[in-house]
Design a binder for this molecule. Structure first.
Ligand SMILES: NC(=O)c1ccc[n+]([C@@H]2O[C@H](COP(=O)([O-])OP(=O)(O)OC[C@H]3O[C@@H](n4cnc5c(N)ncnc54)[C@H](OP(=O)(O)O)[C@@H]3O)[C@@H](O)[C@H]2O)c1
Length: 293
């Protein structure tokens, strides 16, 4: 059977599709894996924290979903190659790559360390681009595939306390828009997801106190991304009311400032609140140490 015919038989709605999700130990990645369970797809799940990743794997096992957890850091070339090698050995193909692993760091640019800048760029841009570089030739061979890149609504609504993060996420959006044109002739689709604030570990990792602002439930977003796996779409902006917000903000600079200024303010407040809490905790820990004879 020719490859083309073979890929047609293996339609996007088939059970048994192989989906590789980076950053599946928590938040969006973990919840997308669980949301895909009802489709009976085979899942390859990636993250650095083994205990957390194995929790996702155990939840999938309970749902009788075939899965392959691989502990790895997408910033590391050997780890990326290992991820692809193990995936092909176990399942023989990769139908969908969800480039989800990523992080943000809330900080004023002038106060940001060069290590933090490297971490953001190496994870959010280089890791994502290099995972795509390894997977696209496999999809080209299959004449079928789908890459889903997780960007952020902050790519279109940039806020100054997240300057480097916003830059990485707009790079993700631009990269997706460019490769979409290049790979479509091989039957490969490219989708970009641009989420607003969702209740994951993102805010803690970013150094924020998330009680300072509203965040939406990640389960709804995970369901939307699971649907996107079956039905590719160029851009998925969530929650839905961010669609008109982004539309207006990208056309009218004055309105964009009106929208982004309060977001920037709440991010700075969240950061200060978190720093105060941490300072208080340290102080209390010191008091306890002093009390011990
Ligand atoms: N939550 C939001 O409000 C929001 C909004 C817009 C966009 N996003 C984007 O959504 C994606 C998922 O974030 P989340 O909200 O689900 O946050 P999260 O709960 O912190 O999840 C991030 C995931 O990425 C993994 N990860 C980070 N660096 C990695 C690396 N070098 N190699 C492998 N895995 C790595 C983490 O696992 P380990 O630490 O175990 O490696 C974790 O599983 C990110 O790209 C983020 O920028 C989030």
């Amino acid at each position: 059977m020719s490859k083309k015919k073979d890929s047609k038989n293996h339609s996007f709605f088939d059970e048994g599709k192989v989906v590789l999700i980076t950053g599946a130990s928590s938040g969006i990645g973990k919840n997308v894996a669980l949301a895909l369970a009802s489709s009976r797809m085979k899942l390859i799940i990636i993250a650095r924290r083994e205990n957390k990743l194995m929790q996702t794997a155990r939840s999938l096992n309970k749902l009788k979903i075939k899965n392959l957890p691989i502990v790895g850091d997408i910033r590391n070339r050997e780890d990326r190659e290992k991820i692809i090698r193990y995936s092909l050995k176990k399942f023989g193909r990769i139908d969908v790559l969800i480039n989800n692993a990523g992080l943000g760091k809330a900080n004023l640019f002038l106060e940001q360390s060069s290590e933090e800048i490297d971490e953001l760029i190496e994870t959010n841009i280089l890791g994502l681009i290099k995972m795509s570089k390894l997977v696209i030739p496999i999809m080209k061979e299959q004449n079928d595939g789908h890459i889903i890149n997780i960007s952020s609504s902050l790519a279109l609504l940039p806020v100054y306390p997240f300057a480097v993060y916003c830059a990485t996420k707009s790079a993700v959006k631009t990269f997706s828009d460019c490769i979409r044109e290049e790979v479509k002739e091989y039957g490969i689709k490219v989708s970009t997801v641009l989420p607003g604030p969702y209740n994951t570990e993102f805010h803690k990792v970013a150094g924020l106190d998330d009680s300072s602002y509203t965040s939406f439930t990640v389960l709804k977003l995970a369901d939307k991304i699971a649907k996107l796996v079956k039905k590719p779409k160029e851009n998925l902006i969530q929650p839905w009311f961010f669609i008109p917000l982004v539309w207006i903000a990208t056309r009218f600079k004055f309105i964009r400032r009106k929208i982004t200024s309060p977001i920037a303010k709440s991010i700075m407040e969240g950061k200060i609140k978190k720093e105060r809490l941490e300072f208080k905790k340290k102080e209390e820990a010191q008091k306890i140490t002093v009390k011990i004879p």
